[in-house]
Design a protein around this ligand. Structure first.
Ligand SMILES: [Zn+2]
Ligand SMILES: [Zn+2]
Ligand SMILES: [Zn+2]
Length: 280
């Protein structure tokens, strides 16, 4: 990568509950409880700008502590510019707690989020305290409004349908000097502006929570609030975009079935892994 360029680095790939998941002894969790190398951190990204030696996070996962540490290792002398938030589900904002006085005690760290997400943080403890002690400084973003992060680096939020109990949900279009990446870790179904965005992007990291409805025996497919990977692959068949799946649930067979991974590769789709880099 050139010294002025930017890139996206994957910091975690698991659904909100992580892998292994609390209280679970399914084969994937059992294996991960035994062998630390099989553990997977909760989904999150860093957007790194070489020019200004700054990185931004997309989401503050419950594994933020470890994710910040590995970034500091990979990018010494870089600083954290702020955190963009997708929505108020536990895998995506609980890490904010580590920014407060019991822990990192940041001063005025910019948190870029929608009005609804900001209202939620301002109204509820312990997030409320982070705001009034100025550990975090909320900065409002809105769908379709470009946020300039660097000389040739900008992010545009896109609203997506998701069960929005506490906040609305954003995907992000992240554009560098040569490529554009779409990040959409959580969505109920592929509809709306996100489809055009994915089609015209160079790379997309998309909701891969479940491979198929088979992995949730006894559940009605229509009740699963995520598009299954088998259906997403049909939706995006023929797209020129390089598509990788992220945000995998502990039940997802792609976690252990290499033959299945080769199958999705043969259809033109990829997996994400911690540390994977996408130059922009
Ligand atoms: Zn999630
Ligand atoms: Zn499990
Ligand atoms: Zn969610």
């Amino acid at each position: 990568m050139d010294q002025q360029g930017s890139e996206v680095v994957i910091l975690g790939t698991a659904q909100d509950g992580g892998i292994p998941q609390i209280g679970c002894d399914c084969p994937h969790c059992k294996a991960a409880w035994k062998d630390e190398s099989q553990r997977q951190l909760v989904t999150s990204l860093a957007i790194v700008d070489q020019g200004s030696k700054t990185f931004w996070l997309v989401d503050a996962s419950p594994d933020l502590r470890e994710q910040i540490h590995s970034l500091a290792d990979s990018y010494p002398r870089f600083s954290l510019g702020g955190i963009l938030l997708t929505h108020a589900h536990i895998g995506h904002y609980l890490g904010l707690a580590a920014l407060g006085r019991e822990s990192w005690n940041r001063i005025g760290l910019p948190i870029l989020c929608t009005q609804q997400m900001g209202d939620f943080l301002r109204a509820n403890q312990p997030w409320k305290q982070l705001v009034y002690l100025n550990n975090i400084s909320l900065s409002m973003i809105a769908p379709g409004q470009k946020i300039v992060l660097g000389q040739a680096l900008a992010v545009t939020p896109i609203a997506v349908p998701h069960r929005d109990e506490l906040s609305d949900t954003m995907a992000f279009s992240i554009a560098g000097s040569t490529r554009r990446l779409t990040y959409c870790p959580d969505i109920d179904r592929w509809e709306g502006a996100i489809l055009d965005e994915i089609m015209s992007a160079d790379i997309a990291l998309l909701d891969g929570t479940f491979y198929s409805s088979d992995e949730l025996p006894g559940r009605d497919v229509s009740e699963i609030p995520h598009p299954c990977i088998v259906d997403s692959m049909k939706t995006f068949e023929g797209y020129k975009t390089e598509i990788h799946f992220i945000h995998l649930n502990h039940s997802n067979p792609l976690l252990s079935d290499e033959r299945l991974v080769r199958h999705i590769n043969s259809l033109g789709f990829g997996m994400t892994s911690r540390g994977q880099r996408h130059p922009l």
